[in-house]
Every structure is written in C-alpha cells, then in structure tokens.
Design a protein around this ligand. Sequence first.
Ligand code: FES
Ligand SMILES: [Fe+2]
Length: 357
Amino acid sequence: MTVSLMDPTDISKTQDVETTPFPLDRWYVAALGKELTDKPLGRTLLNRAVVMYRTPDGQIHALEDRCCHRDLPLSLGTVEERGVRCGYHGLLFDGSGKCLEVPGQAKVPSKAKVSAYPVREQDSIIWIWMGSDASSEPNCEPPEYKVHSDERYRYDGDVYHYNAPYQLIHDNLLDLSHLGYVHLRTIGGNASIHMNAEMKVESEGDSVRVLRLMPGSTPPPTYTAAYPFKDKVDRWQEIVFHPSHLEIWTGAVDANTESLDDPNRGGFHLRGFHGVTPETDETCFYFWTQASNPVSNPEETMKLVIEQTAMTFDEDKVVIEAQYANMKRFPDKPMIDIHVDVGPNRARRIVDRLRGA
Ligand code: FES
Ligand SMILES: [Fe+2]
C-alpha cells in the first residue's frame, strides 16, 4: 500500500512512498535543543528527510531536506537571519519553506517552495509533528518534561544512532530485569534480585507504567559512587512508556528508612528521558537525558553519573544491535515470552493499535 505525500504548495513531483509502519499525527523527538546551533542539521525521521535549523534569534524550523531547484540537501547549506541558504546556487528559504531569494534573478518563482514541518522546543527537547499527510496540523502541544527545569536536579544527555528498529529500544527500557546481566559495571547489581523484583504493570490510554521494587538490595557501582549509602538499599524503578518517549525514574534509599510511596523521599535519584524516534523501518535515534540530585560535589558527581549512564547505554546498544542482526539471521524462528515481557508486550499492542495494524 502506498500513500501520497503531495503538498499542494510544493512544486516537487508527487512521490509515492511506502506507508510507514509508525503511528502518525503525533509529536516525535527530532533533536536535543543543544544540537541546534548555527548550522543546519539533516536527519531522516520516520523515513522522511528533514533539515532543522535555528536562526540567530533562537527560533527553530524544520523543512524537507531538499532544495526545490536541483535537489541538493538543504542541510548542506548555511543558516542566515532570514532562513537557510542552499549550498549549491544560493536559494534562500524561510521557516515556512518559501523561497525568499534567487541570487542573480529579480523574480522568485511563485512555486519555489519546500514543505515545512511543525516543530517546537519544549524543556530543551525539539519535537516535530509527523502528520499522515502534508495538511496534518498539530492538535496538541508536545509533552512537557519538567525534570529539566526542576532545581533539585542537574542533567545532561546525548543522541545515539541505532542499527535496530525503535521498538527494540522500547522493549529494553520497559524490561529492566536485564540490568543484572547487561549492566553489572554500572547500575546493575544482583541478577537474582532483578529477576525476582516485585513488579506491577498498569496501562492507561496510550501509556504503560511498570513499577519494580527491590527492597534490601546491594547498591550497584554507580549508586555507591554517587551517594553515601550506609549498606543495603531499597531500590525502585518506575518506567512510563509513551509511543514517542519513555520516562524512567529509578533510585534507592538506605534500606528501611523511607517509604517508596513518598514522592519527596531522599536518597539517590536518577530521572531519565528517553526519546525513541524511528529513522527508517530498521534504524532509529535514541535521544536520552539523565538527571540526578547530587548531594555533594555536584559537578564531579554529575560528570560521573553521565559517564556511567553513557557506559550503560553503550552496553544496551551492543546488545540491541546484536539482537536485531541475529533476528535477521533467523527470520523464521519463533520467540517465546517470559514473565518480564508483560510491559514490552503491552507497549507493542499500543503501537500496533495506533498504526492501525
Ligand atoms: S540546488 Fe539549491 S540552489 Fe540550486
Ligand atoms: Fe539497559
């Protein structure tokens, strides 16, 4: 089945493209705010080539990454006050995709336009509206993520490219039982405690919440390096899935000192934002930030937390890409489910429903 992405304002030829296997008419993470500096950023998102840029006044824009003159990617051009200038013959396009200038030619052809995408910068995250056709306008604002402005926390993050479909990252993040096997050097800990954690899975609308509690655990290396735990700890992991991103709140308090029901409990906290956006059917982008609440030496503690988080996510990338490569080597072999798969399977059912499968 094919769909037409024809934009009536675009002079480009009509293109028939494969229907994307992704939920459309929603916001996806396109970049971290810090990625958009003074140069255009080209990125394929949901099989569509997009160029994003920030003008000197701080405004962000996203256009189809294609000059309407001779098809050069606009991401190879330069950013100016009025827009992005193509790097081949200098056509200048504003944030709506309209051509403002053809160097050496007095009149700009009325059809000199490229498609524009709605974008927003919210809590230092760049969101893009991926519509089912060119006339699809946002019917809501992108999700807020207030942890980035919570003065109790500091954060940083990065963007990873994955040679694996985006739902394998959903699976990984919704099932933290893997910590005891994959992340022993950082946030792991005792594998048996992870596999036997008390787990609760709830669904509401397009979200899934997984809560895992591990009382009386030995704190893992990242935790002891970042926080002065006395001995055993009561650990929690709360994962909230949305089709465009996950929020993961994990941490620990000294064992038997505080209620894990108290949202203002002390101890060591990690609050992760995980934007997972398809690039193609087989590849994706993983936009992550990690926030924590350092109790002493904030600069050094956060440096350590971010380094260890990156190490953790590097370990996940190795596993997930190897998993996908092997799935392609054994395409006809069935997989079995175990007890840790309840959350991931619910998320997959939501994504299937949203894409009309
Ligand atoms: S290809 Fe862009 S100006 Fe010619
Ligand atoms: Fe992991």
